[in-house]
Write a protein that binds this ligand. Sequence first.
Ligand SMILES: O=C[C@H](O)COP(=O)(O)O
Length: 246
Amino acid sequence: MVAGNWKMNTTPAEGAALAQAVIEHVGTPGTKVVFGVPAIQLTQIQALTSKAPGFYVAAQNMHQEDSGAYTGEISARMLAAAGVDYVILGHSERRDYFGEDDTLIHAKILKALAAGVQPIYCCGEKLNIRQAGNHEMVVGKQIEQALFTLEAEQMRQVVIAYEPVWAIGTGVTASPEQAQDMHAFIRRMIHNYFGQDVAESTTILYGGSVKPDNAEELFGMPDVDGGLVGGASLDAAGFAAIVKAL
Ligand SMILES: O=C[C@H](O)COP(=O)(O)O
């Protein structure tokens, strides 16, 4: 899978043009291609992807309750009813700027699964944690808290995105070996808790300064199943090149 996270970029007109251009550049993809778009564009991009085999649409966030007095929020039920396929949960920007922790993210994951929207669960360590050599401990705890009460059948619906925070939007990407080591660690954790079958079928994406010129090397690592792409997903030709690298 290659998922683009547009974050808070593009107007509806710009978003429609971007998605259309990517679809034209890529043609029929040999992998799943996901557009993670601003909420206001979900129905519009869904209308495009529903006619383009291999393309899907993702929300960038949702609320953990079904409905109620939560001004400004969107529920999993609404996403499902709008035909949204995936929802990005636990992105480091949600954790840092909106105070989301793994208890809250876990609640959101359960709601998304119950509604039939597949979570793309983001985890990853900050630079000081990596420098102290504690990255496996921190990411391990994130995985455990967010995912380790799910049933195996629920876990099969979850996509994991490992995004070292120090690589997001910085131009500094993890080396292919650093990405592989962490992905293998995450897959071992999934294996130990959910068993081999689930571990092998779980898609683990790498995110953090993925660009057309480093995608092939990163995606070439055995446990890297694709990417969650931020900045480079806003350029149609560049994003298409990343899709083709996979
Ligand atoms: O969700 C995507 C990540 O935050 C990566 O962003 P980036 O590719 O701009 O580093």
